[in-house]
Design a protein. Structure first.
Length: 339
């Protein structure tokens, strides 16, 4: 088994994890990012709400560009699955099956998985959408469904009236579980609740949803919609480390992404808040800056100077030889100004 040492280990390769790794590396810390693949961002057919990134960029293209940036700065990027993390005297040890990684800080960016409804369903991103803030704009003046039977489904159905006057709430045969108060609120909005289950879905030649057929035999037209069945948070590593977990499965963090366990950070969709790429990137940036403050070698405190003496010129810079070489190589790369 290969054993390696880093200052920072990021578990997860979505926008939050990649941004944390980017900041940690550019701030001079030997960093590894371990990504098992998949994730919400990788599923995106188009990128929305990320300023400066064209909507024609897919999730995989977005992530691959980020990975190439990281490697150019000197981050070690590894596809793999972290099976376990344990605390050690010097920090933490990660086990991936074929390697053992020692690190001083851990950033958990393992995200969550949306609970998918039963088929028949349209293609994700072509009529089946999980991010209201990203995709509601696409359905202005279009017929829309919201799928589910709980509180969140009822609320999202009413929210979609901000964008269109044609909203159906599909319970698919499940008894509603929203509150009596929400039932009264829902009945006062022009949302039609359809109890019958779906028996077939219809799409255009380019794969976009056209509509659903129900067990009653009725067919209704829809451009797209949102399933609201909850999320399953990938918090197993956080739990194993002893991090505090919220009732909904998210990891408890402060404003800098620090968990209840010293040296462990959590960022992105694993934490409370809006599940958005820009938000996740902000989480990663804040965590990267904070862990830099906790790891950087200089300035030495007066107590350290009195104990160890003055800092010698031979001791600086603190950046490792590997990152120094990566920085030199990066400076030699052509830029737009060179064209």
């Amino acid at each position: 088994m290969t054993k390696r040492e880093y200052e920072v280990a990021v578990v997860g390769g979505g926008p939050a994890g990649l941004t944390a790794a980017l900041y940690a590396t550019r701030l001079g810390h030997d960093t590894i990012c371990i990504n098992r693949g998949g994730g919400r961002a990788a599923m995106m057919l188009d990128t929305h709400n990320v300023i400066g990134v064209p909507e024609s960029v897919s999730g995989n293209e977005f992530l691959q560009t980020a990975i190439e940036q990281l490697e150019g700065y000197g981050t070690t990027y590894q596809r793999g699955y972290v099976e376990a993390i344990e605390a050690t005297a010097a920090g933490f040890r990660l086990e991936t099956g074929d390697s053992s990684i020692d690190t001083k800080r851990v950033v958990l960016a393992t995200g969550f998985s949306d609970v998918r409804p039963d088929p028949p369903l349209p293609r994700t991103g072509r009529g089946l959408h999980y991010c209201l803030h990203c995709d509601a704009y696409m359905f202005v003046d279009e017929p829309v469904y919201v799928m589910g039977h709980g509180e969140s489904a009822a609320q999202v159905a009413m929210i979609m009236l901000n964008f269109t006057d044609d909203v159906d709430l599909l319970t698919r045969g499940d008894a509603p579980t929203w509150s009596e108060q929400t039932a009264r609120q829902l009945s006062a909005h022009p949302v039609e609740v359809i109890d019958a289950d779906i028996t077939d879905s219809h799409t255009t030649d380019d794969g976009w949803l056209e509509g659903f057929t129900f067990e009653t035999g009725d067919t209704r037209a829809y451009r797209g919609g949102f399933p609201m069945y909850g999320s399953e948070y990938n918090n197993e590593l956080a739990e194993a480390l002893g991090c505090a977990i919220n009732n909904d499965g998210t990891v408890v963090v402060d404003d800098h992404g620090r968990t209840s366990v010293d040296g462990v950070y959590a960022v992105g969709d694993l934490t409370p808040g809006h599940n958005q790429i820009p938000v996740a990137m902000g989480d990663g940036a804040r965590a990267g800056i904070d862990l830099h403050y906790s790891l950087r070698s200089y300035p030495k405190s007066l107590e350290e100077i009195e104990r160890d003496g003055v800092v010698s010129e031979t001791d600086v810079p603190a950046v490792s030889d590997q990152l120094r070489e990566s920085a030199r190589e990066h400076r030699q790369q052509p830029t737009a100004a060179d064209d």
